[in-house]
Write a protein of this length. Sequence first.
Lengths: 70, 378
Amino acid sequence: MTGSIAAIGAGLAAIGAGIGIGRIGGSALEGMARQPEFANKLQTTMLIAAAFVEAVALFAVVIALLGLGA
Amino acid sequence: MSNRYSATYTAFRLIIFLAIFLVSRASSVAFGQEHDAHAAINDSAHTEAAHAEAGAHKENGKFNPTETIMEHIKDAHDWHLWGHTAIHLPVILYTDKGIELFSSGRFNHGHDAYTGNHYTYKNIHEKIKVVDASGTIDEAATAQVTDLSITKNVATMLLTVVLLIWVFTTVAKGYAQRKGQAPKGLQSALEPIILFVRDEIAKPNLGNRYEKFMPYLLTVFFFIWFCNMLGLVPFFPGGANLTGNISLTMVLALITLILTNVNGNKHYWQHIFWMPGIPLPVKLLLTPIEVVGIFTKAIALMIRLFANITAGHILVLSLTCLIFIFKSYAVAGVAVPFVAAISIIELIVAFIQAFIFTVLSALYIGIAIEDHHEEAHH
């Protein structure tokens, strides 16, 4: 069972990122529905925020990959 | 105005790519040391026979998905075409005794050792090692050898460069020929994307000084996007995991890091080293955090692109591996549509990651060059 602990860690990180990106997407959608004229601006900001959240999950994936080799 | 840019990109792009090419070769050597440790561990785990066939990686007769996937996302000295046919890319080694140049076909897919002018080499897990007469690895001599080969990733990068130069000289010519007229062909395909970079990325983040950074932003955007798209093509001219190579993303992030700090103004540095308007104990606490922050921004850029693209490749390969794990054609009925769906998502990811890298570069540069007129108000 090599790397299984790392995989659990990556899974936990995925939960966090899932909640984070879900909230960002949901809030952006709400904002866009209320103010469709700002949709473009909201989308750009949404993507940037999602990228920051996603980066954290990806750090975990990288560490999980490193754990896989050891 | 766009034709003026186009002319500048071409020149600028050439310089940038030359820099990327040289530095990423050098850095892959640095990262290589780390990989060697992994290779050594793997070596003891399985035999040479495990690497005999490109398609079937078996360890004690059992299919090993992890190994198959890892081998497919790594750089290689051969460019696999189909079955047992591969393009043998040139191996260029810079040794302490001089330069060696030979075809990677001499290694016969890792089976044979090749005796060059200075040493005998063997290709072990795509790392070139010096071996002695009995075939054991000579680590001391290997340390003297720098691998400057045109590998699969380098070849893809050169292909992307050629593609970008061709596309953008065509577009630039289009603007010169049809001055003031409606764009045509490639020109009309790329104009909206170039304007998107200008209006959605450069202008909001860089303000009125956006023109100075447009060549870099456009270069980095199209380079990453083209590389991502080429990586998604599963057969010959694509398939290399180029933007999923940490050496390449490191160089791209390094360029952003240098641009940010070279262009940083008085306010930028003041906010890092001695932030105005906060008490002294907090300043002492905040300065180290801000100094580390200079580098974490670039590191995050590096990891984000690398991990996103690598994760995409791993996902597609894992789904394909399911067929071989279950040894059933029925699984292919599930796996192939899944791969197709993931590939569509990856097409979007290819664009979004190029966008994110560019927009964050613009954002970081924007923070560094920002005027603090509003400072007086609060």
